[in-house]
Design a protein around this ligand. Sequence first.
Ligand code: CP
Length: 338
Amino acid sequence: MTMRHFLTTADWSRSELQGLLDRAQAFKDGATSQALQGKSIALLFFNPSLRTRSSFDIGAYQLGGHAIFLDAKGATWPLEFADGAIMDGTEEEHVREAARVLSSFVDIIAIRCFPDFKDWQAEREDPMITAFAKHATVPVINMETIVHPCQELAMMLALQAHLGDVAGKDFLLTWVPHPKPLNTAVANSALLMASKFGMNIRMLIPDEVYRLDERYMSAAQGFVDEAGASLTVTSDVEAAYAGADAVYAKSWGALPFFGQWEGEAPYRAKGKDFMITPEKMALTNNAVVSHCLPMRRNVKIADAVVDSPAFLGIEEAGNRLHVQKAVMEALAQQGETS
Ligand code: CP
């Protein structure tokens, strides 16, 4: 049997993802599991975190296991991932060794590794986690790289709780302002998940330069075609909000300017009024609104919206614990016979 990782939801069918969501809901309702009893998970972070680190650590504990936090940017050896690299620079250790050594200690490896914002053509291949998945002998979980699949599950769990069956519902993914260009991971993931579950998607962006990588745009188009739903990309704010059932906010950097952000400034300025406000929400079908967090108040979303009952950001963040327990349990139990 081939060992499964949780690197991207693109590798998991809709029914498998719904199975994880159902299990997550059971955990949320009080179900217990000792799926990690006697087992350990390594949490390797190249970037900061509040929610991901705490929810994985606590989730592993609640499953009877043990989590170890590894700070890849300060407390472990700098890692090289490229095959054939001549390691005469700053990297002291290759993933080939690190992944196999960690695999001898732990039962799951989870990794957060954002792009370095240098070269999207190289970074869209997700080289660090891909190398870990290749060389580890235990399952690998993506804690956010160029996608954020655990966030996707948490978002969908919240949407299903409030909208029921989301198929055919109108999902607005809106770019929102931020002082600096950010990773596209959560936007890619929101697009993948909402389309996979058959939502009609409107993507609101200040300019065409904010289209997401074609890999995700075409995957989403395929999913909505299969579901009889739709995907539209627009810069028309009123049309995008009109009648929406769910609004999802994210800011990201325009890929044509990846790593050379000076040229992006005039396009970013076109979205200066894209903050989510009560006036925009009034155009929707009494929509729920969410964000992955962390979130800059009154830049991305106005206080009056964040502090309204429509805001699901806290619930979505709380769901991270439950969905990740479902993922860890599924990966830990793979290959077990009943
Ligand atoms: N949404 C999310 O992943 O939060 P953290 O960056 O705090 O982990």
